[in-house]
Design a protein around this ligand. Structure first.
Ligand code: I6G
Length: 754
């Protein structure tokens, strides 16, 4: 069907709006709307494009992932070669560069554009008429590999340029990087699933981009930072590198936030010192800073030597990796009982800091990297990430190198060390009886991002636990000044300050409190999403797995079997009236459909009629997060945490000592409720499919309107609230004669209440 003009105009308007918000987010680092509002706009465009596929354009923000896996990367010739940079390894070499440039240009006060040199993968993006047509790696500088489908998945790469004054042909040069935090998360994920980890963010970025399947690249949190240009045809005339970079920024390309114009050698030197001092705080690895002569005419005068421009130089910082010897391996016990092997090293300078300890993560990593006591190893540190052993130099292994063994008992409390089958992490089974776990939980509880108890440092917590003054977090709030003043390195004044800080910390917010509980894999952003989704701690504590993740389809049925089965069901003749459903299904001869799976299918759908009405989407097992960051594993940790009586008791004790926070829905429980505000009183609703808001939020709202929200459909269900991609529940509701509402239908029913 030809899309009506109104749909075309709406799609254009949505794309323009999404482009604008991408620019605010990735280029200006100043978003105007929250992530969920952006997601709603994107979903609206997706829905429109699904209805009118003719509206889909390759530069639509809905089209980032979706290309088929490649068999191999094609070769691409760069229009203008991608050069390399000369290096300066000392302040003297940098001075020599500045003098050389000044002499060649016949003046001293030369302006330079200065920016960090990100440790990533150089990339060339080709835009034709403002639309991204090709992305290629640097390769040998003349020819690279075509990674267009992979680069399209990087959210900070614009698929279409902003504005209208861009050159008709534009080659953009920049670096694809994996920010340090994303790298740590990715490696943790790989480690957990038993895969090889990446040695550093650069390798991880390269490995992610060289995935033949762009869907895999899409799961990696890559970012793009633009630093220059290659071929340019048309567009505005620019006299300087800086002006050209500003134009690129206006067209939607993200530049380095530390980009600056500096003057002469003094300016370069001050910049290199400043960024060097900032290096640890930057969100990505850098290996130096780059200086480029600003005036494009001067760049032309200076020209090139071999394959490097005479008008640019990379000033290099010390490497973030160094070689040293493993002197011992000890085991540390963390907050969740994880027993982590730690290498004690011959102290070594890494990136300007002395490193004497490095994590080995877990025993699988020790085995995979084959680390032994006495080995010479590469250690790496960057930012605030814990230093780690990257690899062993096997050729330097001494004859008496000693293998590392996991202890059978906790080195702190002596409880058994257990390693559940299939898990990489071994744990102390002592729970909060283990002083190490207690200390670490308290340190987390008091930390800046949790309850932020100023003055309660690690050493103090160690003393409080060792002297048995504190067992659980609530005990902190029961400490008196005399007890505190009796501790080492504590005077009356600091004791009084700490009591005041504890008093301030009593008043917190729900997200911080959830984070402070130290639930496995619940970081700050997940804690915030949980607070938003549930509104109150009681609602969170009462939640079941289905409130965090929605499971669709049939357990054990993968996408390939689902497609094959749906096709077979569509083609199958009607079953004989006395057909045995499981045998009939097996008789369809679908590959991968075993008897236990056929039995699960029949049980799931209830009748053959319902099963035959299912499509591949209904059949395929899929879990969808209802709360950002909460998948089945985190959901299980949450449910298990709140099911344990000692955790519930610790929370009750904290409330008792006055720890409190504003709750969004708690107030409604006490307020007198007008009958018209509870239009769903006595009604039972079931929710299915994907809705415009997180499911716990909708559930809480329905309950506030008086409804009982149930997980299963029956003849007693009053309404099924069905969102997008509703599956078998929708069919079953129709079979049972249950009224089906979409979100608009619900609004009409409640008539503006709530
Ligand atoms: O590899 C590079 C990193 C950063 C560069 C570069 C850069 O500018 C900030 N600039 C040029 C001109 C080249 N490589 C060739």
């Amino acid at each position: 069907m030809n899309p009506p003009d109104s749909a075309r105009a709406r799609a254009e308007a949505l794309r323009a709006e999404l482009l604008h918000h991408n620019y605010r987010y990735y280029v200006l680092d100043d978003p105007e709307i929250p992530d969920d509002a952006y997601d709603r706009l994107l979903r609206a465009l997706q829905t429109l494009e699904a209805e009118y596929p003719e509206l889909v354009s390759p530069d639509s923000p809905t089209q980032r992932v979706g290309a088929e896996p490649l068999a191999a990367f094609a070769e691409v010739e760069h229009r203008v070669p991608m050069l390399s940079l000369d290096n300066a390894k000392s302040a003297e070499e940098l001075a020599a560069f500045a003098v050389r440039v000044g002499r060649a240009l016949g003046r001293e006060a030369v302006d330079f554009v200065a920016e960090p040199k990100l440790d990533g993968l150089a990339i060339n993006l080709t835009y034709e008429d403002g639309v991204l047509r090709c992305a290629a790696t640097r390769g040998d500088g003349r020819r690279g590999e075509d990674v267009t489908a992979q680069v399209r998945t990087v959210r900070s790469v614009p698929l279409r340029l902003r504005g209208s004054d861009w050159p008709r042909l534009l080659e953009v040069r920049g670096e694809i990087v994996l920010p340090t935090a994303g790298f740590a998360r990715l490696n943790a994920r790989m480690r957990e699933s038993g895969q090889r980890t990446f040695a550093n963010p650069r390798n991880a970025a390269a490995g992610s981009l060289r995935q033949l399947d762009p869907a895999v690249t899409a799961t990696r949190p890559l970012a793009f930072v633009c630093y220059g240009f290659g071929a340019v045809e048309g567009g505005p005339a620019c006299a300087t590198q800086y002006e050209m970079l500003q134009a690129l920024r206006d067209w939607g390309l993200p530049l380095s936030p530390q980009l600056e114009r500096v003057r002469g050698l003094d300016g370069c030197d001050a910049y290199q010192r400043r960024i060097g001092a900032l290096r640890e705080q930057l969100p990505y690895d850098i290996d130096g800073v780059v200086f480029k002569v600003d005036a494009l005419a001067d760049q032309e005068t200076l020209g090139f030597v071999a394959r490097a421009p005479r008008w640019a130089i990379a000033f290099k910082y010390p490497a973030q990796e160094a070689l040293t010897r493993v002197e011992a391996v000890e085991f540390q016990v963390g907050r969740t009982g994880a027993v982590t092997p730690v290498a004690r090293l011959a102290p070594v300078q890494v990136g300007g800091v002395t490193v004497a300890n490095a994590t080995l993560h877990n025993m699988d990593e020790v085995v995979r990297k084959d680390v032994r006591i006495g080995d010479t190893v590469y250690v790496r540190r960057a930012g605030d990430v814990i230093p780690e052993v990257v690899r062993v130099l096997a050729e330097r292994r001494p004859a008496d190198a000693e293998a590392v063994a996991l202890p059978a008992h906790c080195p702190v409390c002596g409880a058994d060390v257990v390693r559940p089958e299939g898990e990489a992490v071994a744990r102390c089974s002592g729970g909060l009886y283990c002083p190490a776990q207690r200390k670490e939980s308290l340190k987390h509880f008091a930390s800046r991002r949790a309850l932020d108890i100023e003055g309660l440092g690690d050493k103090l917590i160690d003393q409080l636990v060792e002297r048995e003054l504190v067992h659980g977090p609530a005990d902190l709030f029961r400490l008196d000044q005399a007890q505190l003043a009796g501790l080492e390195r504590m005077g009356e004044k600091s004791a009084a300050n700490l009591i005041a800080a504890l008093d301030r910390a009593r008043s917190t917010d729900l997200a911080r409190f959830i984070y402070a509980l130290g639930i496995r894999e619940v970081g700050e952003s997940t804690a915030r999403a949980l607070a938003r989704g549930f509104g109150s701690l009681d609602a969170l504590m009462a939640a079941r797995e289905g409130d965090f993740v929605q499971r669709r389809g049939v357990s054990g049925i993968g996408p390939v079997t689902a497609e094959a089965l749906a096709a077979a069901l569509a083609d199958a003749a009607d079953p004989a009236p006395d057909a045995q459903p499981v045998d009939w299904l097996l008789g369809l001869g679908v590959r991968g459909l075993t008897r236990p799976r056929a039995e699960t299918l029949v049980e799931h759908f209830g009748t053959l009629e319902a099963l035959r009405a299912a499509d591949a989407e209904d059949l395929r097992a899929e879990t969808r997060s209802l709360i950002e960051g909460v998948g089945p594993v985190v959901a299980a940790h949450l449910v298990a945490f709140f099911a344990q009586s000692h955790n519930r008791e610790a929370i009750a004790a904290l409330r008792e000592v006055g720890v409190h926070w504003p709750e969004q829905s708690a107030a409604a429980d006490d307020a007198p409720v007008e009958p018209e505000a509870r239009p769903l009183a006595g009604r039972t609703l079931v929710i299915t499919g994907t809705l415009s808001r997180p499911r716990p939020e909708i559930k809480a709202r329905l309950e506030a309107l008086g409804a009982r929200v149930s997980g299963s459909l029956s003849g007693k269900t009053d309404y099924l609230l069905a969102g997008e991609a509703a599956g078998s529940k929708l069919t079953r509701a129709r079979d049972l004669g249950v009224e089906v509402l979409d979100e608009a239908g619900l609004e009409a029913l409640i008539g503006g209440a709530g």
